[in-house]
Ligand binder design. Structure first.
Ligand code: NAP
Length: 304
C-alpha cells in the first residue's frame, strides 16, 4: 500500500520534495498524482513510483489518485487567479476525505495571517478550509523562492538593458529560501511521524535581505550599476503597461504593501534545523545563476 501521495511532482518545488522523499522512504510507498501523466519527468519514470492521474478540475480523478494512501501533499495550484486556485485546493481537500487520506500537507506561502498581499488570499482561504476539514493537517508556509527574485524586482529583466529596478511603495526585507532546501525541508516534515499534526509552520531562510541589498549584489554579479527606484502606484502602472495587464500590476503591487509591513522578513529556525545546515542564501543562488552553475529560472512565468 502506498503511504504518500504527492501532487505537483513535476514542478519547481514538488520535484524537489519528490527527490528528497525518495531519499527517505522506498519508492513503493510513494504515488505521484499528475495532472498530465504523459509529462512525468525522467526522475519520476525512472524511480519506480506509481503514477496516477489527478486533475484539480476533475474530482473523480483526484479521489482515484489519492485512494489507499495515508498522507497527501497538496502543492498549491500554480496560478495567481484567486477563484481558480481556491476551487482547485478545495477539490483536492474534498477528494482526500472521500479517498480516506488521514493527513494533508499543504504548501502555503510565507506572507502573514492578516496579509495585505493579494497573492496570499487564496492560501489563507485554503488554510481555513483545511483546518475545518476534520483531517489532520500541516500547513507549510514556504519561504519566498530565491529563484523568484525577479517578481520582487517589479519584473525587471536583465536582458532588457535598463539599470533601473522600479518597485512601488517601499523596499523591505525578505527571508528568501531556495527551492531545493524548501523541498528537502518539506519532505522531512512529511515523513515525520509526529510533531507537525494540526500545525502551521514557516520554512524560511536564516537571513533576510532587502531589495536594495539584492540590487547591490546583482550590480556586482552583472558588472552594472543597478538603482532601486521606489515609485507611486500610478507610476508603477505606467512603467509596466502595456506589457503587463493593469489588473495584474495592481494586484501584484500589494506584494510591496505586505513587504513594507515586514510580512516576509520573518525568520524561523525550522528550515535550518530540518536541513542540519544553513539554508542557501539568495546571494548564493544568484551567484550560481549568473555564473552558469545553475539553470536559469524564468521567475516571471509564475505570474501567468
Ligand atoms: N514560495 C514562493 O516564492 C513561490 C514563488 C513562485 C510560485 N509559488 C507557488 O508555489 C506553487 C508551486 O510552485 P512551482 O514552482 O512548484 O509550480 P510549477 O512548477 O508550475 O508546478 C506546479 C504543478 O502543478 C501541476 N498542475 C498544473 N495544473 C494542474 C491541475 N489542473 N491539476 C493538478 N495539478 C496541476 C503541474 O503539472 P503536473 O501535475 O502534470 O505535473 C505542476 O507539477 C505554485 O502555487 C506557485 O504559484 C511560490
Amino acid at each position: 500500500m502506498p503511504k504518500y501521495v504527492l501532487t505537483g511532482a513535476t514542478g519547481g518545488i514538488g520535484s524537489r520534495v519528490f527527490k528528497h522523499l525518495l531519499d527517505l522512504v522506498p519508492a513503493s510507498e510513494i504515488v505521484v498524482s499528475l495532472y498530465n501523466p504523459a509529462g512525468a519527468t525522467p526522475a519520476i519514470t525512472s524511480s519506480g513510483v506509481e503514477v496516477r492521474r489527478g486533475d484539480f478540475s476533475d474530482s473523480a480523478s483526484l479521489e482515484a489518485a489519492y485512494a489507499g494512501a495515508e498522507k497527501l501533499l497538496i502543492v498549491s495550484y500554480p496560478s495567481i487567479a484567486y477563484e481558480v486556485r481556491v476551487k482547485a485546493h478545495k477539490a483536492a481537500i474534498d477528494a482526500a476525505k472521500v479517498a480516506g487520506i488521514k493527513h494533508i500537507y499543504y504548501t502555503s506561502l510565507a506572507f502573514a495571517s492578516d496579509s495585505k498581499a493579494a497573492v496570499m488570499q487564496a492560501h489563507l482561504d485554503t488554510e481555513a478550509y483545511l483546518k475545518e476539514s476534520g483531517l489532520t493537517y500541516t500547513i507549510i508556509r514556504e519561504g519566498i523562492y530565491n529563484e523568484s527574485w525577479q517578481l520582487y524586482f517589479g519584473w525587471w529583466d536583465p536582458k532588457e538593458g535598463s539599470d533601473e529596478v522600479v518597485i512601488p511603495y517601499t523596499d523591505g526585507s525578505i527571508a528568501w529560501a531556495c527551492r531545493d532546501d524548501l523541498g528537502e525541508g518539506t519532505a522531512k516534515i512529511i515523513v515525520a511521524e509526529s510533531g507537525y499534526d494540526n500545525r502551521q509552520v514557516l520554512l524560511s531562510g536564516s537571513q533576510s535581505t532587502t531589495l536594495s541589498e539584492l540590487a547591490t549584489t546583482l550590480s556586482e554579479l552583472l558588472s552594472r550599476k543597478l538603482t532601486l527606484k521606489i515609485v507611486t502606484l500610478p507610476e508603477f502602472i505606467a512603467h509596466n503597461t502595456p506589457k503587463t495587464p493593469i489588473e495584474l500590476i495592481e494586484s501584484w503591487s500589494t506584494t510591496w504593501t505586505a513587504i513594507g509591513r515586514g510580512e516576509l522578513a520573518v525568520k524561523d529556525p525550522l528550515l535550518k534545523e530540518l536541513l542540519g545546515r544553513e539554508p542557501v542564501t539568495v546571494e548564493e543562488t544568484l551567484n550560481n545563476l549568473f555564473s552558469g552553475k545553475e539553470d536559469g529560472v524564468n521567475a516571471l512565468s509564475y505570474l501567468a
